[in-house]
Ligand binder design. Structure first.
Ligand code: TXA
Ligand code: MG
Length: 336
């Protein structure tokens, strides 16, 4: 199959037709690029798992154009607090898990009786949802286990030959995937940190539990390897230039063989052969993280070193992705 990259304004009509025909389309959202299919069409959803190489028990996020469309997908009703949360953050980088009550393919749900729903704010995602006329199941448009794509070129790298169309809407503005909060329990559970922070969730919902890897299979995706480029990743949790320099000078292999993802200041002090600027604040770091990992990885370094320390609540999302990207993978389980 030939994969076309088209500027989103030119390709959107064809994209909507492809979705209605049960085909896959990669499209931009404000968080990362998604790989979309009609969420009601089992065969179309199966194609997503195949193109990504994703295990069938890891459910997909279902995207809707408007907040009001949620009631048609869920069993029961939102309480007032959750209503206010969605009023504040939808459309935007927030996904809620609720009891499923709509006609979503069980393939998209990975066999669960809950559904994860998101209303994206990106104008191209909005337009595609409106023109397609169906909810769109869309995981991040990377091959399973790889960093999520934040540009159309990153999608092409992973999906060339596997899907007919990539809508190019430029680089994603947030850069890390949406916050996922499970509202199907008495006390909500934060399954994945994102641009909507734990503090913001608690402001609306009251206490919100943090899921960790010991929370048994809360989010099926949590048990799989994530965000990992080919090269092993080391995360140095510091923003201190001297500390970073000392570690850099005591590296085991010749320094030219390492890729460095860090602020410009640290880059200047360490003087690596291979460098990508992560930026000097958490907002920039979120935008640059996945692009940096992918860009450095193309140069085939022996390892990628990320020097970064959290300074704001948004940083929790970056720390979460970095910890997973740097996690050892002794079982060779290279799935998402
Ligand atoms: O920002 C985003 O959310 C992007 C864009 C494209 O919207 N999408 C995305 O999807 O990141 P994906 O499939 O890469 O990540 C979805 C996560 C997975 O960890 C999955 O296990 C979890 O959400 N998930 C989906 N449905 C769930 C459910 N019913 N219960 C618990 N977790 C669920
Ligand atoms: Mg993903």
């Amino acid at each position: 199959m030939e994969t076309q990259i088209t500027p989103s304004n030119e390709g959107i009509i064809r994209a909507a037709q492809l979705i209605r025909d049960g085909q896959l389309v990669a499209f931009p959202t404000e968080t990362v690029y998604g790989l979309g299919a009609n969420a009601k069409d089992a065969e179309a959803c199966r194609r997503i798992y195949e193109a990504k190489g994703r295990p069938p028990d890891n459910p997909l996020i279902v995207h809707i154009p408007h907040r009001d469309d949620l009631s048609g997908l869920m069993r029961g009703a939102m309480n007032n607090q959750a209503e206010r949360l969605l009023k504040a953050f939808w459309p935007g980088p927030l996904t809620v898990v609720v009891p499923c009550g709509g006609h979503i393919s069980s393939v998209a749900l990975g066999g669960l009786d809950t559904v994860a729903v998101r209303c994206p704010s990106h104008p191209v995602a909005q337009k595609l949802l409106q023109l397609s006329g169906c909810p769109i199941a869309a995981p991040s448009a990377n091959r399973s286990g790889k960093p999520s794509p934040t540009t159309a070129e990153d999608v092409y790298e992973d999906m060339n030959g596997r899907i007919p169309l990539i809508l190019d809407g430029g680089p994603a503005s947030v850069g890390v995937e949406s916050t996922v909060v499970d509202l199907s329990h008495e006390i909500p559970i934060l399954l994945r940190p994102g641009a909507v922070t734990h503090q913001q969730l608690e402001h609306f919902l009251g206490p919100v539990t943090l899921a960790d890897d010991s929370t048994p299979a809360r989010s099926p995706g949590m048990k799989y390897r994530h965000y990992a480029p080919r090269a092993p990743v080391q995360w140095w949790d510091t923003d201190d230039v001297d500390q970073a320099l000392t570690r850099w000078q005591s590296l085991a292999m010749p320094r030219e063989r390492y890729g460095l993802l860090a602020s410009e200041e640290i880059g200047r002090a360490l003087g690596p052969a291979l460098f990508y600027n992560l930026g000097d604040n958490d907002g920039a770091a979120a935008q640059n993280l996945f692009a940096g990992l992918r860009t450095l990885d193309r140069e085939r370094p022996a390892a990628i070193i990320v020097v970064w320390k959290q300074s704001t609540p948004l940083g929790a999302a970056i720390a979460n992705r970095l910890a997973k990207a740097a996690a050892p993978n002794p079982t060779g389980d290279d799935n998402e």
